[in-house]
Ligand binder design. Sequence first.
Ligand code: PHE
Length: 338
Amino acid sequence: MIDKINKYLNDIDNFQSNDPEEIEAFRIKYLGKKGLLNDILREFKNVPNEEKPQIGKKINELKTKAQEKVNALKSSVKSSAGKKIQDVTRPSYPLEHGSLHPITLARKDIIEIFTRLGFTISEGPEIEDDWHNFSALNFPDEHPARDMQDTFFIQRDPDVLLRTHTSSAQVRVMEKTEPPIRTISPGRVFRNEAISARAHCIFHQVEGLYIDENVSFADLKQTLLYFAKEMFGKKTEIRFRPSFFPFTEPSAEMDVSCTLCGGEGCKICKYTGFLEILGCGMVDPNVLESSGIDSTKYTGFAFGMGIERIAQLKFNVNDLRLYFENDMRFLEQFKSKL
Ligand code: PHE
């Protein structure tokens, strides 16, 4: 009888399955009503008394072993349930591409066009002093022109402020460099404005400066015409309207023919056929002198544009706030523009 029990113990050890039906059959075979364990218990009655303790122990071992085996197999089936078999030949998901921000896209385009014309890129600090943001640019102390750009002051006397335009970076270039100077300054600027669809307290600019002997308004016009055509298409026309900036004389604002209707007149251009895109002018001799450039020898032109505005016209964005909200539904629309 001992041999029989040992054989069963061995069989139980060797049994393996992850099929629930097979496991149930195994349980019935050993532990069921008519199972092998009950057969053995019946035979046990006939075992001589002196052998009973030894064989009884063996039978208990058999019972526990069979029960443990069933439990172990059942729980391993349960834990592997729900795990799908992986198909290693399945093609992977297409990689999700991110997109560049529309401001980045427009800035890249603007920079690319001007570097093609030989302009270098100059950057300056966002936290500026009064000299570089105002005084060196011919804004006299207490002059109302300072109110044209509502300023965030960080400290008064001496004034420390957030730059209101990137012209401040160009003052630094003029102070350090002998003309000829041909540079553009892209960057973030700050003005104390209430946030609305048409104004924001943070925005981006690219300002340009060209100083050499005999630079004239014709050069300004030709450079900006080239830019407009490259940016908005060969058919683009430009027009200048007289304006005022303390650092340029004469000053102008430049419009381009409407990017939507091409000058016919539509809702976007308010039926004027033109859209304003930048300010420009001939550098005021006072500005050259402030930075140590001889204004009797050199002349120059300057211009400045808002990148948001250019992106608005290129991508038809009608609310400035969208640029700052990080709404994926907005940003994803620029995927194809990479
Ligand atoms: N700095 C001006 C502004 O921020 C733009 C400008 C630059 C105008 C150069 C004329 C010449 O509004």
